[in-house]
Design a protein around this ligand. Structure first.
Ligand code: NZQ
Ligand code: ZN
Length: 382
């Protein structure tokens, strides 16, 4: 097991009836001028916005509001919200929504103190501080509610890149899974696939950290079981709650403890899909890529995949396990090829270009993909 340091500062309030506590928590932290950041309206329709506002109002806080964050959130929106934040001299940000909203809130919180937040994404500036970040989650999958990462698209350069640092962990995140029953099954499954992918990015890395691997196998199995239950009944609260917590655990630092790191090639490649086609949901892109990646890498390094086959799919054959995995994603109605994502064959060279525009010559921690490998992988996924 590798040496590790672990510190996750995010306080979580989880379950029904927790949102009314938000105002008091902010009051306790001395927050007065708050910027509430939201998406394109789902939180108005499911009552979350009203619940949040009433809790804030009980604490005497009337927030400035910044709406319109899109899925695959954009840098121009981040700039607009930083401007709004500065104009109003706010002292904290609150994201109410899914991963896109929370990531935007994080970029605004850090960008408040930087000349140009994109320079942090490029690795040219370091985030030394950020405004305090709070979140109320409405869609489980990304884990953004309990980690220090944010992913934003620069539409001018077609780059969807990430930042990650200790200043970007929310101080507090509230998860009331009952507000997620307004998600379509497709959105639920896409979030579930994202959480599965977060575990898979670590799963094949290192077989020595037994506790982490056992926990990760349990998380994977729970995600599959809960998503099946939600496909049968979207109002199954216990399934929503368990899926929500599994998704948080999948990317809050616990799933990488004692490992040599993860792979993360599939994430880098999927981010290029959504950078090229903003209508592609992150989880749907991963549903196409991850099985293809497992197929590609398991032929070359089969020894990495036997624990996954055994522990998750109760099968000793990697091929049969991969088949079961694909079958499950297709049962959930997720796309299975680049064609299903409306990506055309002539766009593949541009995708490769976008992925490698970070300047690296290879991507992936446990299996290094060069440009030629990536082309072959994309053809497999086509
Ligand atoms: O915009 P609104 O109207 O709120 O609607 C959203 C959006 O259209 C809707 N929605 C959210 N909660 C709902 C709901 N609809 C009905 N009922 C609810 N309760 O769902 C749509 C998708 O929302 P979005 O926030 O885009 O989805 P998700 O949470 O999957 O976030 C995806 C983004 O997070 C990034 C992804 O790349 C992508 O940009 N990621 C962030 C990570 C992180 N910060 O750690 C890690 C991930 O790997 C990922 O890269
Ligand atoms: Zn992800």
């Amino acid at each position: 097991m590798e040496a590790f340091s672990f510190h996750n500062p995010t306080k979580i309030l989880f379950g029904k009836g927790q949102i009314p506590r938000l105002g008091k928590e902010l009051q306790k932290d001395g927050i007065k001028r708050l910027l509430l950041i939201a998406g394109e309206g789902s939180i108005r329709r499911n009552g979350l916005y009203t619940a949040v506002l009433s809790s804030l109002s009980a604490a005497g806080i009337s927030p400035i509001e910044g709406w319109g964050v899109s899925p695959n959130p954009r840098l121009d929106k981040v700039y607009e919200l930083i401007f709004l934040a500065r104009e109003n001299e706010i002292d904290a940000v609150l994201g109410v929504g899914g991963g896109s909203v929370i990531d935007t809130a994080k970029a605004v919180a850090a960008g408040y103190y930087l000349e140009d937040i994109w320079s942090a994404f490029q690795g040219k500036a370091t985030i030394q501080k950020a405004l305090p970040i709070y979140s109320v989650l409405s869609l489980s999958g990304t884990g953004s509610e309990m980690n220090g990462n944010a992913v934003i698209t620069n539409t001018d350069t077609q780059q969807k890149w990430g930042i990650g640092c200790r200043h970007l962990y929310p101080r507090l995140s509230i998860l009331d899974p009952s507000y997620q029953s307004t998600l379509s099954f497709r959105q639920t499954a896409s979030g579930a696939m994202d959480a599965i992918a977060h575990i898979l990015e670590y799963f094949f890395a290192d077989s020595r950290a037994k506790v982490t691997l056992a926990m990760n196998a349990a998380i994977l199995k729970s995600i599959v079981e809960m998503t099946d239950r939600l496909q049968a009944d979207g109002n199954d609260y216990e399934a929503r709650a368990n899926l929500a917590w599994a998704s948080t655990m999948a990317l809050n630092g616990m799933s990488e403890i004692g490992l040599i790191g993860g792979d993360w090639a599939c994430h880098a490649i999927e981010h290029a899909f959504s950078a090229l086609h903003p209508a592609i949901a992150h989880g749907e892109g991963l549903a196409v890529l991850f099985p293809a990646w497992i197929g590609f890498v398991s032929v070359r390094k089969p020894e990495l995949f036997s624990a996954w086959a055994r522990e998750v799919w109760d099968d000793l054959s990697i091929n049969r396990s991969l088949h079961l995995f694909r079958q499950k994603l297709s049962q959930w109605g997720l796309p299975s090829s680049l064609r299903d994502l409306s990506i055309k064959e002539e766009e593949l060279p541009r995708l490769v270009e976008i992925v490698f525009s970070c300047g690296a010559t290879e991507i992936g921690g446990i299996y290094k993909l060069n440009q030629a490998d990536l082309k072959s992988l994309l053809m497999l996924a086509f």
